[in-house]
Design a protein around this ligand. Structure first.
Ligand code: FAQ
Length: 313
């Protein structure tokens, strides 16, 4: 019988050799806990992330826009369910992980605590929020835990479509009249910095990064992904005549990356702690949905029990 230290050493060797860890493999308890934390919070983000856009389905400006937005929001539900299933392979139940969201113990992404004020916000969310999510998730598609990595492959394909639809909304508005151009610019002014923040705290304030990188759950630090997101987004903004609301943004000829202004980390932590513009509204929506769905879960459970009794008889 191997002791824990030996098992941990072998586990780390597997990770270092680029092997993929599967649910039935031995893993350190802390690896399992960290994955449950991160994956469940990711799943919650997808589900809560349906709310800001769901708000605009009935107000989309054309049938085509409505159909596309509806499909996007449905995809997000699918992503949430996928990642919840992935999390369950680590030995926790759906009830437990959803319970932690509803009790306020588990977090979800800060970005979904901002309001969607105009139609252009649908463009800004697709372009910026999905843009940041893709940068983060493309790396996660190569992470060490098999079920999470595989879920990310499919999710990234769908996120690419989400990104394009958002960019197309903004590009169309930027070809329109002055009011439409202003609406697009105003949405980007409001969503830019929260999108920069959603990639997580700066590396010096990120307690989990070092451990997660050692286990190849994270392949890059928060700051590395933030830089990648900014570098990708600036030329896209220039292409359609959008101005990024950062006076310090400038291509650095030496590093070949964009230098950018100071992130308002006070605002970020304030939102993470539950004091953003829409935190209370989002939590209420999820708690109400849980309450309203109770009878469905009870009925499904009663049906399952009845079926099992029939099989046993
Ligand atoms: N919001 O030590 P770190 C999407 C917390 S999906 C709230 O750096 P870590 C799709 C963090 O949990 C978006 N809290 O943590 C979509 C930790 O607290 P804890 C979600 C945050 O794990 C698009 C503490 O701060 N994506 O957008 C945030 O190494 C459009 C210290 O931070 C994922 O979840 C934040 N932004 O790195 C849907 C991807 N950042 O848990 C609809 C998977 C940090 O110890 C529409 N997750 N915190 O109490 C990850 O990649 C990582 O978990 C990070 C954070 C990068 C989010």
């Amino acid at each position: 019988m191997e002791n824990t230290a030996e098992l941990e050493k072998k586990f780390q060797e597997r990770i270092d050799h680029g092997e993929v860890i599967e649910p039935k493999d031995w893993m350190p308890e802390r690896y399992r806990k960290q994955l449950i934390r991160m994956m469940s919070q990711h799943a919650h983000s997808e589900i809560v992330g349906m709310l800001p856009e769901g708000n605009w389905i009935t107000r989309a400006p054309s049938l085509r826009r409505k159909v596309v937005l509806l499909a996007k929001v449905q995809d997000e539900a699918g992503h949430g369910l996928y990642i919840y299933s992935g999390t369950e392979t680590l030995g926790v139940s759906r009830e437990e992980i959803v319970g932690e969201l509803l009790s306020g113990k588990a977090k979800y992404s800060s970005i979904f605590n901002y309001p969607t004020l105009t139609w252009a916000d649908m463009g800004a969310i697709g372009w910026l929020v999905d843009g940041a999510a893709i940068v983060n998730q493309t790396a996660l598609a190569k992470c060490s835990y098999g079920p999470y990595a595989r879920a990310m492959v499919r999710i990234c394909k769908e996120e690419n479509f989400h990104h394009k639809q958002g960019y197309e909304i903004l590009a169309t508005l930027m070809r329109g009249n002055e009011a439409q151009k202003n609406m697009a610019q105003d949405a980007v002014n409001r969503w830019w910095w929260p999108s920069v923040m959603m990639l997580g705290p700066s590396d010096k304030d990120s307690p989990n990064t070092a451990e997660l990188m050692r286990w190849r759950v994270k392949l890059h630090t928060n700051d590395e992904l933030r830089q990648r997101f900014i570098d990708r987004s600036v030329p896209q903004a220039e292409n359609i005549g959008i101005k990024i609301p950062d006076d310090k943004l400038k291509l650095n000829p030496e590093t070949k990356h964009y230098d950018f202004g100071e992130v308002n980390w006070e605002e970020f932590w304030n939102v993470v702690k539950g004091n953003g513009p829409c935190n209370r509204e989002r939590m209420k929506a999820r708690r109400d949905a849980d309450e309203r769905g109770k009878w469905v879960r009870e009925a499904a459970e009663a049906h399952r029990e009845k079926k099992e009794k029939k099989i046993a008889a």
